[in-house]
Design a protein around this ligand. Structure first.
Ligand SMILES: [Zn+2]
Ligand SMILES: [Zn+2]
Length: 177
């Protein structure tokens, strides 16, 4: 949903309760490493300011992620609260300094907000860098690839021998007598 800061926000502020179906969100996640399960619900309050808009919000979403250890899919619930301050225009160096100590400012070239963009960027902030299905996930066997969470294999995992690089050059070198 697009919101024009001049036309769509009453003086008392705009309160939005949104629920976006996963089918609508899916095409917007292009290039991101997750999908959503069920609708993404959000409560947004937008106040017009002299420079742009102040937005506070809360969202709830269930994400489907791929475990970085065992490659299985798992669900993760995220419920971030956020405050965003929008300033319309192109930021000058002087303004950058003024805003540096302030809360984070997002510059927008035109007086318009896109709620889909807001939801997706706030979900993206919540994504774990290394998604893991559970603390105790044992991952896959590095030899046979079996999922060690549900199965067991007889592989013997040898510790990689530490090769002293000083002697590596001598490997395969036969001494002639
Ligand atoms: Zn896992
Ligand atoms: Zn194995």
């Amino acid at each position: 949903m697009k919101i024009n800061l001049h036309e769509d926000i009453p003086d008392s502020g705009l309160i939005l309760d949104i629920s976006e179906e996963p089918e609508k969100i899916a095409p917007l996640l292009h290039g991101l490493d997750f999908s959503v399960e069920g609708p993404v619900a959000a409560h947004l309050e937008i106040m017009r300011t002299k420079e742009g808009a102040l937005l506070t919000g809360h969202l709830c979403a269930a994400l489907r992620l791929t475990c970085s250890r065992c490659a299985s899919e798992y669900s993760l619930r995220v419920e971030p609260d956020f405050t965003l301050y929008y300033v319309v225009g192109i930021e000058t160096e002087h303004e950058k300094e003024l805003h540096a100590s302030d809360l984070e400012v997002t510059m927008i070239p035109i007086p318009e907000l896109d709620t889909d963009d807001i939801l997706i960027s706030q979900i993206a902030v919540e994504l774990p860098i290394k998604p893991v299905c559970g603390e105790k996930c044992k991952g896959l066997c590095p030899k046979c690839g079996i999922d060690l969470n549900s199965e067991r294999c007889g592989c013997v995992i040898e510790e990689e021998p530490v090769v002293d690089t000083r002697f590596a050059a001598l490997k395969g070198f036969k001494v002639k007598r």
